[in-house]
Write a protein that binds this ligand. Structure first.
Ligand code: GRF
Length: 206
């Protein structure tokens, strides 16, 4: 698989920055070919520019529907020889046009231990439910909401005096750690999807 990544964002872009940092540090052998934001003012666009990465704002309003918008993304990515599409705080549902163009090649990071607390405000959901452990999940994207096959997870304890902000900050540290790890795992290519499971296949001779 080509080691060229596309990163789709909508906002702050701290996971984008974690991926850029891992590449710069040499711990992730990959290159970000393009960053696409559906929001013009996404802070993450400036991280991309600062790193010299091509960045594009694609306004959903310019397309009649989700398929049209996703087609524009596919058309943008197609010439760039992209191996993995990484959603990093991308606040849109991905539709069939994009999924079919990159089957099992789209990753997302979510701030809970899925399948608990999918959707918005996962950290608030965790606090309100009263779980003692939450965390971060990197998963393959399929047609469902936050429910594709799981690549990596990290647990984060929920403390008695936690607020949404404090819990979110500690989960974010784990997101930043496991997202580059998950990308590295998938780029290495020694994995298959078996039902809901991402199964790693041992290195030949190991
Ligand atoms: C992260 O918590 C991610 O898990 C969720 O949205 C947030 C994005 O943060 N999907 P950032 O834009 O990467 O800083």
């Amino acid at each position: 698989m080509t080691r060229r990544l596309a990163v789709l964002i909508s906002g702050r872009g701290s996971n984008l920055r974690a991926i850029l940092d891992a590449i710069a540090a040499g711990s992730l052998d990959a290159a970000i070919a393009i960053v696409i934001s559906n929001k013009r003012d996404a802070e993450g666009l400036s991280h991309a520019r600062a790193a010299g990465v091509e960045s594009v704002h694609l306004a959903p309003g310019g397309y009649p529907d989700r398929d049209g918008y996703d087609r524009a993304i596919v058309d943008t990515l197609r010439p760039l020889d992209i191996g993995l599409v990484c959603l990093a705080g991308y606040m849109r549902l991905v539709g069939p046009v994009l999924l079919e163009a990159f089957p099992n090649r789209i990753l997302n990071v979510h701030p809970s231990l899925l399948p608990s607390f999918p959707g918005l405000h996962a950290q608030r959901q965790a606090l309100e439910h009263g779980v003692r452990v939450s965390g971060a999940t990197v998963h393959l994207v399929d047609g469902s909401l936050d429910a594709g096959p799981i690549v990596l997870q990290a647990a984060v304890p929920v403390l008695d005096d936690d607020t949404v902000e404090r819990l979110s900050d500690r989960i974010l540290v784990e997101e930043h750690r496991i997202y580059p790890d998950a990308i590295r795992t998938l780029l290495d290519g020694r994995w298959t999807v078996n039902g809901r499971r991402v199964v790693r296949t041992p290195r030949a001779g190991a």
